[in-house]
Design a protein around this ligand. Structure first.
Ligand code: ZN
Length: 99
């Protein structure tokens, strides 16, 4: 299993623990490319995109970045929850790890 597969598995396991359905969520991991957005990723419907280069440059753990975007799939907004991984800035996500 690659590091990316491991991170996806970990991120999904995080939400499964809280009873959320993760099977049909599509995770796309790629570099941000020439647009170089100031965000680590985004979510649209049940699809999640995480930019590998951004997560690395902001030093946000890949599993945390994926889990954050998955949280948006469930309609969870920044700070609307006790989940630390739903904090709104890369700086606040830096150093977090999933169990
Ligand atoms: Zn977010």
């Amino acid at each position: 299993m690659t590091d990316a597969d491991e991170a996806i598995k970990k991120a999904k396991a995080y939400w499964q623990k809280y009873g959320y359905e993760t099977d049909d969520i599509m995770i796309i991991l790629r570099d941000s490319g020439r647009y170089s957005p100031e965000l680590i990723g985004y979510q649209k419907s049940r699809q999640v995109v995480v930019y590998l280069d951004k997560a690395a440059s902001y030093q946000v753990d890949l599993a945390v970045a994926i889990a954050h975007e998955i949280g948006h799939v469930y309609g969870i907004r920044h700070y609307d929850t006790d989940h630390a991984i739903m904090r709104g800035t890369a700086k606040e996500l830096k150093g977090l790890r999933l169990l």
